[in-house]
Design a protein around this ligand. Sequence first.
Ligand SMILES: C[S@@+](CC[C@H](N)C(=O)[O-])C[C@H]1O[C@@H](n2cnc3c(N)ncnc32)[C@H](O)[C@@H]1O
Length: 363
Amino acid sequence: MSPSAEPLAPVTGVNGTSFPHKTASAKKVATSTTAEVKSDGISNIIDIRQASVEMNLRDEIVSQFCPKKGPRTLPTLLLYDEAGLQLFEEITYLEEYYLTNNEIDVLTAAATEIADRIPQDSMVIELGSGNLRKVNLLLQALEQSGKRVEYYALDLSLQELQRTLSQLPRYEHVHCFGLLGTYDDGREWLKTPAILHRQKCILTLGSSIGNFHRDNAADFLRGFADVLHPGDSILVGLDSCVDADKVYHAYNDKEGLTHRFVLNGLVNANRILGKETFNLADWRVIGEYVHDIDGGRHQAFYAPTREIEVLGQNIQPHERVQIEQSVKYSPAEADYLWRSAGMTESYKWQNDSKEHGTYWLTK
Ligand SMILES: C[S@@+](CC[C@H](N)C(=O)[O-])C[C@H]1O[C@@H](n2cnc3c(N)ncnc32)[C@H](O)[C@@H]1O
């Protein structure tokens, strides 16, 4: 019933509690020892990183910003360092950011039904867990069902995993862990023999899947579907809003919080590159909603306000560098996505406006 992990060195969490983690230099996937749930109810964090995210990101910043052909882009992952995750949490409380409240409405109504579908002794793995207040609705329902389950919050920042896990209530039946790593690390970790045979429900909430291009979203889901067995499931939260104005304002709020969140990606890029490659005074954020032959989506870009030179490249004023997209899925597009990923939609829960769907997928 216990997961596998390497021994972890203690670090101090936000509330002074000791948390276990591997040292920063440790690279190998955690595979062998037992992770223990601490008696105070605060969970262990397992370092599943196979390679340094920052080293990969350094190469990707350069290759995407200086492409051999095609438009300049920057990796979306730059948005999710510790500061970025905290800004994103603030965004989820904005009135304009309708996605979170829609999903909360659905999870509040459906949590018991979803919990009923998750078998005893399952691993519930949340990919890109961020703030845990939404998933906590499901954890509460699981606790009330009396089922013994293990919940794993997977995300990129140790500090944020510590902080968010420490805010969860103390559950008797639901044992909570953190997984420090990327989606790819998570998929590889799930293939380890001690884990492969276990019953699993994989969660991806907050329309995180919308950050992928449509084809890549299918590849992402299929990658996880491949480690599932019959009876396992994937629960996906997806935004379907097609109201152009509403979507635009969700990502371009009047307080400018989302633009600050996006600009923090350049701060993170400077940190990873080890020097001030991007002078923030030169850059602004542009958001736009597009609905074309590829469907609806919001796109976020950086653009310089003047001609500048960055990484040996001459950049013209207003040249756009895409950092993020948030793809919206109509019911037909969602259906196509599941089929492309080799999954079957067994059930879905929607909010009253039908803007949000939480989908129960099986193989
Ligand atoms: C749009 S936010 C959603 C957060 C949360 N699930 C919610 O519903 O509010 C995306 C989350 O996925 C994480 N994330 C993005 N790309 C990731 C990757 N490649 N590997 C691991 N986590 C990732 C981010 O750090 C962030 O917490």
